[in-house]
Design a protein around this ligand. Sequence first.
Ligand code: ATP
Ligand code: MG
Length: 275
Amino acid sequence: MLDLLEIPAEVVDPVPGVPLPEAPPALSVEEISYSYREGAEPALSDVSFTVEAGSTVALVGATGSGKTTTAKLLARLADPAHGRILVGGIDLRDIAPDSLRERLGMVPQDGLLFDTSVAENVALGRPGATAAEVRAAFTDLGLDTWLDDLPRGGDTQVGERGENLSMGERQLVALARAYLAAPMCLILDEATSSVDPATDVRLTRAMRRLAAGRTTITIAHRLATAEQADEILVLDRGRLVERGSHAHLVAADGVYARLHASWLDVTATGAAAVG
Ligand SMILES: Nc1ncnc2c1ncn2[C@@H]1O[C@H](COP(=O)(O)OP(=O)(O)OP(=O)(O)O)[C@@H](O)[C@H]1O
Ligand SMILES: [Mg+2]
């Protein structure tokens, strides 16, 4: 126990720290590197990019390319070994922890649900939220018919870690929770597993509505999400290798164009299977 207590905290909170302003912030990522273990291949090497205030950027790349790691560093679940991240011009390490939690939201890849009802999982987004506010979150995201079609509506139990719902559906619940929390900056890590066509449509619509008016970074596993972003950033083995619009990157015939081609293959196979 004592040995455990002596392990230094990876992230040290500033005291008292600078609060973030109440507006969508611009992000500036400056030459960040990160390794999970000493001596291991770095998960991120020398990655730099900027995100304009209020815009939506999609992060794409093969599995293991460093997308979730980038999201973790942006949410300050860990600090980069080198480089820095500025949110609204303030170094992430100097931002008051309460302010960071309030203004910056993350929807994790697995949705992170608790063994209780759908409505209670969403209400966690804002302490003291009323049933009407939870309902309004689903309505605003275009998810009210999905909610009503559940066996017991908002009272439906999600099961341990949300096992009663599909992975895509768990993300719908996580999106509603994030909507209620109303952060100025949002990091969305899309579910990796394939989703059925109806959930796909709902996810796309809900994500678009959730991103409106916020600075958003979406880790896109679905082609449609990347296409809708203001800009696409492409990671390859921990390095940022391409950035630009969908059309520009397809024409460039590089890493993104290849990812895009394989996505189309998968989508065609999936559609054939459904059809
Ligand atoms: N907790 C961890 N401990 C050790 N290594 C890790 C850990 N998490 C990720 N890695 C490694 O870091 C690299 C980047 O992983 P990361 O999770 O960022 O990839 P990703 O782009 O999100 O992949 P995916 O598309 O599968 O979600 C990979 O080589 C991975 O094995
Ligand atoms: Mg990931």
